[in-house]
Design a protein around this ligand. Sequence first.
Ligand code: GLC
Length: 740
Amino acid sequence: MRHFLIACAASIAFSASIQVKALTTDEKVDALLAKMTLEEKAGQLNQYSGYEIITGDIDVSKISHRNLLVKKGLVGSVLNVLGTKDVEKAQRYAVEETRLGIPLMFAFDVIHGYRTIFPIPLAESASWDLEAMERSARIAAIEASAAGQNWTFAPMVDISHDPRWGRVMEGAGEDPYLGSQIAKARVRGFQGNDLSLPDTIAATAKHFAAYGEVIAGRDYNNVDISRRKLWETHLPPFKAALDEGVRSFMNAFNEFEGVPSSANTYLVTDILRDQWGYSGVVVSDWDSFGAMVTSGVAVDDAEAAEMSLEAGSDIDMESDVFVNFLPQLVRDGRVDEAKIDEAVRRILQMKFELGLFDDPYRYIDSEREKALILAPEHREAARDMARKSVVLLKNDDQLLPLDKNIKDIAVIGPLADNQFHMNGFWRGKGEAEDVVTLLDGIKAKVSSNTRVRYAEGSGLESVDKKQLRKAVKLAKKSDVVILAVGEDADKTGESASRTNIELYPAQQELVKAIHETGTPVVMVLMNGRPLAIEWSSENIPSILNGWLLGSEAGNALADVLFGDYNPSGKLTMTVPRNTGQIPIFYNTKRVSRPLDNTRYTSKYIDSPIEPLYPFGYGLSYTEFSYSSITLSTESISFDEVLTASVTVTNSGERFGEEVVQLYIQDMVGSVVRPVKELKGFEKIALKPGQSEKVTFTIGVDDLAFYTRDMSFKAESGEFKLFVGSSSEDLQALSFKLTAK
Ligand code: GLC
């Protein structure tokens, strides 16, 4: 009740302060802007991190100084201030102690869950289940908003072909089409239909743009790609997020064409604002303005501020250059105050849309926080999302699913009973103690006659003979080994690039030692990136790509291992045989020589050219058979469509889900075209013996591309259409696009 009265008082005070009488938001913004000093305007563009999870290096002793600046109205938004208690404290500084009472926005990296942690986004993308991914983001928004947040720095929509780069874990894989569909689903989930509701939060499309192209997969490295590559590969998911109404964009750390993204007028103004009509907020990445001095593009912080504002960027996260230098830059005539007003306007509009002027305390309700954080139904949704994310890579002799009555199960590996790593790098407010480990999940799943015994076997990167011997001994006296190997959560994600994406040597030694015991082995990979497990793929009979699945990891994996859920995941990033193959991705362009393993062709002399596992690949405990594709016609003009149909039958013994995929190849173009491109997919569920007809509709928009002069359009000619269960397991038919 107290909050409500205060909120009303604040709103009345605010209303009285600018004689608000049914003004439009724009009029309210202009009225407020007219009252602001130059320093207060620069303050709205200033964003600081609080004292919670810090994703950059700040001196936490700065916090009291920052609180002072909040009270002076020199901070517009904060990140990493979490929980209604601390959010209320900071908000009161802004609303009750500053001259104009402009509320703060509270942001956080809610990447795959707030306290209930869902699978890492790359895992979720392998579900190809857009509804499930939307629900995952929805629940993340419900929990984050219950904790006082109204803005998340997600979804990350960077496309990448390089699993050396640790941040592939937070994206949706290698494909622009799939990445676009997933970006839209996540934006819907976070933002809902009304940003002013207390359980919706503003989303952020990041990192704009082409951060996934860092040279050599090394984080924060340079990016050097053509405008063609930018438009063909990296911009589509950002445009998709924009079309879905994403409320903010975040600059990338990298440059494009030599100009840092934050100061890149081509990216932020020409494309985003002028061509795409985006009128929302652009926030920098951590200190990406100040970093221009480091990269030698700005002579000092003042110039970094000038360049960033001129390019169209609005909020300065953690570099202090806007709040420290913009007022003087205006007084020196180097910056036009009108440019600052544009940025302030966009920020105030966002705050109005979030309902923060109507009630600055609307996201602060400790009862709601208690009731919603880690709610049982959220855990259940996380478990459902997790099992749908698991990809069955191999299952020789149908070793899986395991019988719940097996007499002796050995659970081995450094990740088998580890809670911390399951939450991944962007673990939000996820707590290790909330996590169900693989060992827990197995124990909860099997019958009372089953003996489940555990041995660590090795560390993540070290092994001692004693622990190895113990694990081997246990494996020898067990009926089956479930072997959990993979990655340390903090060796995935940001600033976690690797030069070798194989299993760590210590774990490889463990795998080989357990394999040599002769006991059947089920490998469960727990990974944040595709891992080049060539030896295991040749020697281990059953392999699940289990990712880092969050709070319900163990239960979800047990659901799959023991057949309570039939795995339906499909890879959204190609799995290389070895690091040397990188970048390797399915939609490569045609080359002037054949791509095969014969002499004088495009190949390696020390490795096959094929990946270990291709994009779109994933097995099931049942079998799916495909009828021949039927086309409604073999030729269409530019204003016609054709349909491609296929009937899929579950010809196995178990209920299962299949992701039916549609690819298109343009046989001749004014520029070199990809060997195939994903243009559609449908996830279907079939009982044993059941069939379903799946129909795709293809029109000229599906065939359009950036032609030789970069105009986006289709060109007449011959096309191939593929339908199947992965980018490699396909049937093909041809059709023509004819100019009338
Ligand atoms: C980090 C990341 C960005 C994140 C931001 C705030 O450096 O690059 O994705 O949103 O800082 O934590």
